[in-house]
Design a protein around this ligand. Structure first.
Ligand SMILES: Nc1nc2c(ncn2[C@@H]2O[C@H](COP(=O)(O)OP(=O)(O)OP(=O)(O)O)[C@@H](O)[C@H]2O)c(=O)[nH]1
Ligand SMILES: [Mg+2]
Length: 326
């Protein structure tokens, strides 16, 4: 049976009040491709509180190679954030890997998910191998979660170019490096991997190899800054021992405050949405579609200078323009 569509305004109020059932329903709605559902989803997103979407909360992307400890670090961070009184939502994007079967949440995350803490919300999402490894729905879903939680963390697997997508659709990106694996350092050096906002070498409990990786990363980063002028700190931590987690939480928040102090926070959120829109267009219409709208750079300028709208409504407008040929 096809589920009935909810009332978008009522759903938005319930989500903002952190009604868990409503949030689960909203995430399903955002994942529903039927045209009537898209319309309902657009109205839902438009009814979310604008200030939360512009300047509220903190949207964090955590990425890194398989097995580096992203889920374990996330579980450890949740403890720190909860002690600080913050409400946390996690979106774990699992690759639908034929080997693992995908959708594997870390055990410690699963513990939180089944726990009694009502201020922690965890959702796992298969990425269906589309959108360069990042599910197309992550951006709208992040917005829904930002309406209700202080921290929204998106976990994705990636080294090399894969992680770029999540880094472009979050306020702050954190890369988890695996000790004794030179890959990420090589990718950083070669410019294949964009410099994340925070780098953490996990598993410092294993000693020498972790220290060596940290010092190599620090050397590689040097005094490099990103396009906005932020210099990424490299830290070490152990999710297993719970060491370095407070500093990691501080570093992540440091980047959020830095963006806010410079008045770049809202602009970054707009840029995230523009990235999502352009990526979506490219997936559906290829370079030709982008060309019809004046090319990528003109499109970015247009999108980052227009008033904020729900991503789904904005996308529909762009789609109509491409289809009608201008
Ligand atoms: N020694 C040590 N092992 C750790 C630490 N953190 C995680 N691990 C182990 O590393 C393995 C992978 O941890 P996960 O947290 O599942 O890593 P992940 O990056 O989320 O992995 P995927 O989601 O599969 O890519 C598990 O066996 C963990 O027990 C740590 O701080 N020290
Ligand atoms: Mg994981």
């Amino acid at each position: 049976m096809i589920p009935a569509l909810p009332d978008p305004t009522a759903l938005a109020s319930a989500v903002s009040a952190r009604d868990r059932l409503a949030l689960a329903q909203a995430l399903n709605l955002l994942d529903d491709r039927r045209p009537a559902a898209r319309q309902c989803a657009a109205a839902f997103l438009d009814a979310l509180p604008a200030e939360k979407l512009d300047t509220g909360g903190h949207l964090i992307g955590i990425t890194g190679p398989p097995g580096a400890g992203k889920s374990s670090l996330t579980a450890a961070l949740i403890q720190v954030w909860r002690r600080r009184g913050l409400k946390v939502a996690i979106l774990a994007v699992d690759p639908s890997s034929p080997i693992s079967g995908g959708a594997l949440l870390g055990d410690r995350l699963r513990m939180h998910a089944s726990g009694a803490d009502r201020e922690v919300f965890i959702r796992s999402l298969a990425c269906r191998g589309e959108f360069g490894g990042l599910s197309a729905e992550v951006w709208p879903m992040s917005l829904a979660m930002l309406a209700a939680f202080d921290i929204v963390l998106v976990e994705t697997v990636g080294v090399g170019q894969k992680e770029i997508d999540v880094s472009k659709m979050t306020d702050t990106t954190c890369f988890v490096a695996q000790p004794a694996s030179g890959d990420s350092i090589q990718f950083l050096k070669a410019g294949i991997m964009e410099v994340p906002h925070v780098i953490v070498v996990n598993k410092e409990d294993i000693g020498m190899a972790a220290r060596k990786t940290l010092s190599e990363l620090k050397t590689t980063l040097g005094r490099r800054t990103d396009a906005e002028g932020w210099q990424a700190p490299a830290l070490s931590a152990s999710a297993a021992l719970g060491s370095g987690i407070e500093s990691l939480a501080d570093a992540l928040d440091g980047h959020r405050r830095w963006l806010l102090e410079r008045g770049q926070f809202t602009a970054r959120r707009q840029r995230c949405q523009a990235e999502w829109l352009v990526k979506h267009l490219r997936e559906e219409f290829g370079r030709h579609g982008i060309g019809l709208l004046g090319g990528e750079s003109a499109l970015f300028t247009e999108l980052t200078h227009s008033p904020r709208r729900s991503p789904i409504a904005a996308y529909e407008d762009l789609r109509v323009r491409v289809v009608s040929g201008f």
